[in-house]
Design a protein around this ligand. Structure first.
Ligand SMILES: [Zn+2]
Length: 66
């Protein structure tokens, strides 16, 4: 099941501070992807890293302009 590979975390949008749930597909290892904020619709650059067990180890949300 694809859904089993998704991990979710709550974190604030780097633009507006709106707390929301972000989904990480950890099946393919560390990645960078872009996701729109639910509130301000800004495009957030999401970086994440996966540990040896394939679990989400660390993530960062960045403004695309930075
Ligand atoms: Zn936002």
């Amino acid at each position: 099941m694809l859904e089993a590979l998704l991990e979710t975390r709550f974190a604030p949008c780097p633009y507006c501070g709106h707390e929301q749930e972000w989904a990480f597909d950890t099946s393919a290892g560390a990645q960078v992807f872009h996701e729109e904020c639910d509130l301000c619709y800004a495009l957030v650059e999401v970086h994440f890293y996966v540990d040896m067990q394939g679990s989400l180890a660390h993530f960062e949300l960045k403004r695309e302009m930075d």
